[in-house]
Ligand binder design. Structure first.
Ligand SMILES: Cc1cc2nc3c(=O)[nH]c(=O)nc-3n(C[C@H](O)[C@H](O)[C@H](O)COP(=O)(O)OP(=O)(O)OC[C@H]3O[C@@H](n4cnc5c(N)ncnc54)[C@H](O)[C@@H]3O)c2cc1C
Length: 350
């Protein structure tokens, strides 16, 4: 029997899961289909939330709104489900050169950066910092796996999660809606991560995926409480365990961990601190970030088929960006409010 839905969402990573949750709370009848045996970047990601990134210390566009929405959304999930997923921690940023230090000095003179970066140099005897370091504020990390496990369990209880692959050939586009395996929906919205670049309706969008690898390490030595970033980052999980990441590779797009990446990460650890000999690798994972050419997400409806939508392209910053963009897209789908221009896929259409 045909079932009527407002939307069929494809892909249950951070993008599809948060969008499904927001649409459902807004009263929409939504079904989420995702292949549990296929890789998901959200399951590998460290979930760092950091509004000022890169050697040039670039402030994320809309940082204030993105952060407020992310904090509000994750805290709401924590309260509703009785879990702990958002870990707010400062980040120690270590300079690798005088040039990086000079960039920081110029940023401290810009009031837009004041909520996020400290204007005083920081010192820590246990850490190798020849050129100095400073503290970043409003940083932290999201425990992506606990959040996704919790949301997926709730979706199962609501009977709105189908755990299977969706094949493009099984989707038929009608004049007013779409049909898939007996499901009829006003819209289908693709949240497929980097594999969305093969989507027959949205393949024209300039994806720029990048593979990344992360190590989980355990040690008996002292681990600092704050996160550390010196090009590569170190994320303390508890007294014995920390994560170390991440590599960046735009050529080999697959989810297979490599010895080269492991070595690159361990070398970077030696540049930061710790006696490397006292460290044991307990896990090594790889995933592919759904990056885009202009580093902005792909959000919106297909220019010719309004029954098809996309919510993708969150690159290295899904944890920070997805809650706010899911809110914007939800309002757009329900009330027709305009999308933020920087993310609207119309920017790439002729
Ligand atoms: C090594 C690494 C480190 C990272 N670190 C961070 C970080 O510290 N902070 C941060 O914010 N971000 C980080 N990211 C990026 C983050 O992972 C992404 O921004 C985010 O997870 C993207 O979520 P997504 O839902 O778009 O994609 P995904 O998580 O990849 O989800 C897509 C889902 O769609 C499913 N799917 C695709 N096609 C189909 C189909 N046809 N049928 C059914 N299911 C389908 C897939 O199986 C998958 O479950 C990192 C990524 C990597 C790889």
């Amino acid at each position: 029997m045909t079932r009527l839905h407002d939307a069929l969402i494809v892909g249950a990573g951070l993008a599809g899961s948060i969008l499904t949750y927001r649409l459902t709370l807004a009263g929409q009848k939504v079904l989420l289909v995702s292949d549990p045996s296929a890789p998901s970047a959200s399951r590998v990601a460290a979930g760092l939330i950091n509004p000022v990134t890169g050697q040039r210390l670039v402030l994320q566009e809309g940082a204030k709104e993105l952060l407020a929405s992310a904090q509000h959304f994750y805290h709401d999930i924590e309260t509703r489900f009785g879990i702990n997923i958002l870990h707010e921690r400062e980040m120690l940023r270590i300079f690798r050169s005088e040039k990086e230090k000079a960039t920081w000095e110029s940023r401290t003179r810009n009031p837009a950066y004041h909520p996020y970066i400290d204007h005083e140099l920081h010192d820590d005897p246990g850490i190798n910092m020849n050129y100095g370091a400073f503290l970043q504020h409003q940083t932290g990390y999201l425990d992506t796996n606990t959040m996704l496990d919790t949301l997926h369990q709730w979706f199962r209880e609501q009977d709105i999660l189908i755990e299977a692959p969706l094949l493009y050939g099984d989707v038929s586009i009608e004049s007013e809606n779409i049909q898939w395996q007996g499901v009829q929906a006003d819209r289908i919205i693709f949240c497929e991560g980097w594999r969305g670049q093969k989507n027959p309706w949205f393949g024209w969008l300039p994806f720029q995926p990048a593979k990344g690898e992360i190590l989980t390490l355990s040690t008996d030595s002292m681990i600092p409480v704050q996160m550390i970033n010196r090009g590569k980052w170190l994320l303390p999980i508890n007294r014995e365990t920390f994560k170390l990441g991440a590599t960046y590779d735009r050529n080999e797009l697959n989810e297979t961990p490599t010895e080269d990446a492991k070595q690159e990460l361990l070398d970077a650890l030696g540049d930061i601190f710790l006696n490397r000999a006292a460290v044991r690798v307990t896990n090594h994972t790889a995933g592919v970030r759904p990056g885009t050419k202009d580093k902005q997400p792909f959000v919106g409806l297909h220019p010719e088929h309004a029954q098809l939508g996309i919510f993708n392209g969150f690159g290295s910053k899904g944890s920070l960006m997805i809650p706010w963009y899911a809110e914007q897209f939800t309002c757009h789908l329900i009330d027709g409010t305009p999308l933020p221009e920087r993310a609207d896929i119309q920017r790439w259409h002729g």
